[in-house]
Design a protein around this ligand. Structure first.
Ligand code: KG4
Ligand code: ZN
Length: 334
């Protein structure tokens, strides 16, 4: 391994993030500037506003990351940036900043996949062993990814409609919680003794795909029906029923996939990895079945740039650099 210093940039959605990572392991600084306050009053991320906010903060966040690292531009070995997937205008801001830096300092550029970043966040704190299986669960993604070996990804399951975090946020919005509502539903679910019975979308017996929009609609239908009949809402029981359904499907499919692909480890990543119920259920089931479960610390689960630095490090080691005419790829595949 090497001791290279990578400055990594992540602007795919609503956080402006810059990190400095040494040798793919040591996080020297990790700055995440969230725009949530700005988007909250719209009930979700507004792409145009996200881009504008990134423009306002990117150079300041870069300088802050260097300052906190006690480093200067001259100390850097490479510049990494999220190439996609994400909001095109938001991605562009990070890419232009990273390219400019790489060009001015004559450093190699490393374009990185956002999901590879979420997965390799694990590498910052754990030793990954191959083959392994990653459950990527965030506001934009719900995927089961097999890693046969380093940098070789095979998606075996994905959501056919809403991402799991998106379903959480929509249910939360209907119950009048602020955006992003996932944590509120999580808390409410854990407070409830009572559970509203809701369906599970297993899809075809051999499928690793997911579907959460039917479940979300079932929650909305229950809320509307209670309102029409003038009955009490039983919000906590609904939150608990929703969470149980989500967790049941995520855990069952992930464990079946671990066995089927012979994965040595199960990795949980993405913002929904913060979910208390999901963490507890996965931890318990993996213990029962003797499966090694890796979950990065919270700060590395939600969008950040240290994870992009970790993924970029592996490309650095392989000498895989990205041409300076690289473009933002909003639909980039793994
Ligand atoms: O990975 P992330 O920060 O951004 C994306 O790339 O999407 O994930 C954010 C998502 C949001 O939908 C948020 O509601 C959800 O993660 N989330 C949670 C919890 N904490 C964050 N969902 C359920 N339970 C939580 N505790
Ligand atoms: Zn993400």
């Amino acid at each position: 391994t090497t001791n290279e210093l990578i400055l990594a940039v992540e602007t795919s959605c609503d956080e402006t993030a810059v990190a400095i990572v040494r040798g793919g392991k040591e996080i020297i600084s990790n700055i995440v500037s969230s725009q949530i306050d700005t988007h909250q009053r719209f009930g979700g991320v507004v792409p145009e506003i996200a881009s504008r906010k990134h423009v306002e903060s990117i150079t300041l966040i870069m300088e802050q990351a260097l300052r906190e690292a006690g480093a200067t531009f001259r100390d850097l070995s490479s510049v990494a940036v999220t190439q996609g997937p994400g909001l095109v205008g938001a991605l562009l801001v990070g890419i232009v900043a990273a390219k400019s830096l790489a060009m001015a300092l004559d450093l190699p550029l490393i374009g990185t996949h956002h999901i590879a970043g979420h997965i390799y966040a694990n590498q910052l704190v754990h030793e990954m062993e191959y083959p392994c299986l990653a459950l990527v669960a965030s506001g934009g993604h719900t995927e089961l990814v097999v890693l046969e070996s380093e940098g070789v990804f095979r998606i075996i399951g994905r959501t056919r409609d809403d991402a799991v975090g998106e379903a959480y946020d929509k249910v939360a919005r209907t119950l009048n919680f602020p955006y992003p509502g996932g944590p509120y539903i999580d808390r409410l679910a854990q407070q409830s003794e009572e559970e509203f019975q809701l369906p599970r979308a297993w899809l075809e017996p051999d499928s690793y795909d997911f579907s959460f929009s039917g479940l979300k609609s079932a929650v909305l239908a229950a809320i509307n029906s209670a309102k029409m009949k003038g009955e009490p809402l039983r919000e906590a029981a609904l939150a608990r029923g929703f969470q149980s359904s989500v967790i049941d499907v995520l855990v069952t499919k992930s464990l079946r996939a671990v066995r089927e692909v012979g994965a040595k480890q199960l990795l949980l990543c993405g913002g929904v990895a913060a979910n208390g119920g999901l963490r507890a259920a996965l931890t318990e089931r993996c213990k029962e079945e003797g499966i090694t479960l890796l979950i990065p610390p919270m700060k590395l689960c939600t969008d950040n740039a240290a994870m992009i630095g970790a993924a970029a490090h592996l490309k650095w080691m392989r000498g895989e650099f990205t041409p300076l005419d690289m473009k933002a790829e909003p639909g980039l595949s793994l």
